[in-house]
Design a protein around this ligand. Structure first.
Ligand SMILES: [Cu+2]
Length: 266
């Protein structure tokens, strides 16, 4: 009996120590590199992108804005609640459309409300960036926005060929985070914008779980690099990078997320 309890406790501890399947806050739009300014649709979905798996209910976001030519424009009031359908469930998400102007980079930033992960009895807040460029004219893509948790890109997130390397610096409270742990996932199921759902078919198959959520580490300066093996959208999530460690009396993981889009040379 005692042995069983001890064993059970051991298993439980192990289960708690293992990282759960990687959650990813998405700011999704179809094209990150546009020829000219136009209106774009954006979907904010908190999900598991590789498997188009369980989609979590988002609460009312704390902040949603875009930065262009160093000017911040609040977009929080433009968000409309939607229901996003994954392959296994549906969850509360948001959408908006935004009319881009002129040429340059548009850095969309989302500070979601902390999400209570009941299985782990902790909160997760994934501060997320996505960059959309018009006309190829660079302006703000490499700017440090000043988010509590932030990945500052060293390569343009919208100008990557398949096989290029994407590099970034993980920052928390404005300081690099040495040896930050970063989860990487491929958006493996095409988002169907009109249906607010993931496509059923997957682009690739993972040979094993370590390929679903890939885990990499930053170096001593908080810098990381990742060679991109396939065209499409890739999400990078630096776990617990932000300074806030507690929310409503529970542990909080304030993560930094960035999305990049690669294209095939053809
Ligand atoms: Cu999850």
């Amino acid at each position: 009996m005692k042995k069983t309890v001890a064993l059970l406790a051991g298993v439980l501890t192990l289960a708690l120590a293992l990282p759960a399947m990687a959650h990813f806050q998405m700011i999704y739009t179809q094209e990150s590199a546009l020829g000219k300014a136009e209106a774009i649709d954006l979907k904010l979905v908190f999900t598991h992108p590789f498997e188009a798996g369980h989609t979590m209910d988002m609460g009312q976001p704390e902040q949603f804005f875009v930065v262009r030519k160093e000017k911040k424009k609040d977009l929080l009031k433009t968000l409309k609640p939607i229901t996003w359908t994954s392959l296994t469930n549906s969850g509360a998400a948001y959408e908006t459309s935004y009319k881009l102007r002129g040429m340059g980079d548009n850095v969309f930033c989302l500070v979601p409300s902390p999400y209570l992960e009941k299985e782990e009895d902790c909160y997760i807040q994934q501060v997320t960036k996505a960059v959309v460029n018009t006309g190829g004219f660079p302006t703000d893509w490499d700017a440090e926005i000043g988010l509590p948790a932030e990945i500052v890109p060293l390569d343009k997130p919208y100008a990557l060929w398949t096989g290029n390397v994407f590099r970034g610096i993980v920052k928390g409270g404005g300081k690099p985070v040495p040896f930050a742990e970063i989860e990487v996932e491929y958006l493996n199921h095409r988002p169907e914008m009109g249906k607010n759902a993931f496509a059923k078919s997957a682009a690739v198959e993972a040979p094993q779980d370590a390929f679903v959520t890939m885990t990499i580490k930053a170096n001593v300066n908080g810098e990381f690099s990742f060679g991109i093996p396939k065209a499409g959208w890739w999400g990078f999530c630096a776990l617990g990078a932000g300074p806030a460690k507690e929310y409503q009396g529970k542990e909080l993981s304030q993560d930094a997320v960035i999305w990049v889009q690669a294209r095939d040379m053809k």
